[in-house]
Design a protein around this ligand. Sequence first.
Ligand code: GH3
Ligand code: MG
Ligand code: MG
Ligand code: MG
Length: 315
Amino acid sequence: MKILIVTDSASTVAQLTVILNGANYMDVRAVITLDEAMIAMKRAALADTPVDLVLIDLDNAAADGLVATLTIKSHREFEDVPIISITADDSAKVLDRAFAAGASDYLVQPVGKTELRARVRSALQLRREMIKRMLRERELERLARKLERMSNLDGLTGLANRRCFDDTLVREWVRNGREDHPLGLLMIDIDHFKLYNDALGHVDGDTCLRKVADALTQATRRPADLVARYGGEEFAIILPNTDFEGAQSVADNIHDNLASQNIRHPDSTVGGCVTVSIGVASGVPTCGTTPEHLVHAADRALYQAKQSGRNRTEG
Ligand code: GH3
Ligand code: MG
Ligand code: MG
Ligand code: MG
C-alpha cells in the first residue's frame, strides 16, 4: 500500500521511512508542500495505485498541516484516504483542530517505532475494508443493472419479453397520443408451428423461433421500433409514429425476410417453409381508447389472416 508523508523535515522523512520500511511498507513517498501532495495523490490515482494513507506533519513551515488535511479531505476523490497528524504539540487545542480538519489519528514527536507501526497498521486496515466494501457495492450495482436488463429480455430469442412489451406499449401509447402521432402494432403468429415441433422436435423448434426473431428484427427500420416475444410462438412489434400503411410495409418485409430464409417446414400447408400470419393495427391514441384496444384490433386482424389461409397480413 502507498503511504505519503507531507513534511519539510528531512530527518522526519528519514526516520519514518526507516521504521515503515522495516515493517514492510516499501511504497513510502515524501513531499514538502500541499501542492506537491495534491499532485502526487492525483498522479497515483491516475496510475491506479492510489495513496492509501497520508502522514501530515503539523509543524511544517512550508505547508499548514491543518489546511493540507482539510484540502485533501474536501476532494471527493480523496475523502476516504485516512490522514494521521504528526505533531510535537499534543495539546487538546491542536489535536481538536486536527480531528476537526479530518485527521483520523495522531502521532506525537518524537515518533516511537511501535506506536507508528500500530497506528499505520490500523489506518491501513480500515482503508482495506473500505475498499473492499466499495468494490462489493460496485459489483452489486453492476449485477442490479444486469438483472434489470435481463428481466426485460426473453431468454430464448433475446427479444424484448412480454413484460417489456406491456411497459413499452403503455409508454408509447401515452407519448404518441400526446404528440398526435399514430401508433402501429403488429401481432405475428407462426403458421402450423405445432406441426413443425411434431415433425422436427422441440430443439429445432427453438432454433426456428430464433430465426423468426431475427427475421422480425431485420424487418424493422427505426431504433424506436420494439420487437417482442409476446408468448410461445407469437410475437408483437410496436411501431411508434407509424400509420397503417407504414405498419403494413413492415409486415411485407417480414414475409419477404422469412421467405428468403427458407426454413424448411415438412408439414406446412403453405409452401413447404416456415411462414407467419400477421395482424396489423394503427391509430392515434385518444382519451376514449386504451392500449388494449390496439392489441385487440391487431389480434382480430391476425385471426382473420389465419382464417383466410395463413402466410399473409390482414388489417
Ligand atoms: P396456427 O397456424 O393456427 O398458429 O397453428 P400452430 O400450430 O402454430 O398453433 P398452436 O397454437 O396450435 O401451436 C403453437 C405451438 O407452438 C405449440 C407449442 O408447442 C409451440 N411452442 C410454443 N412455445 C414454444 C417454444 O418455446 N419452443 C418450441 N419449440 N415450441 C413452442
Ligand atoms: Mg399461437
Ligand atoms: Mg394458433
Ligand atoms: Mg401458430
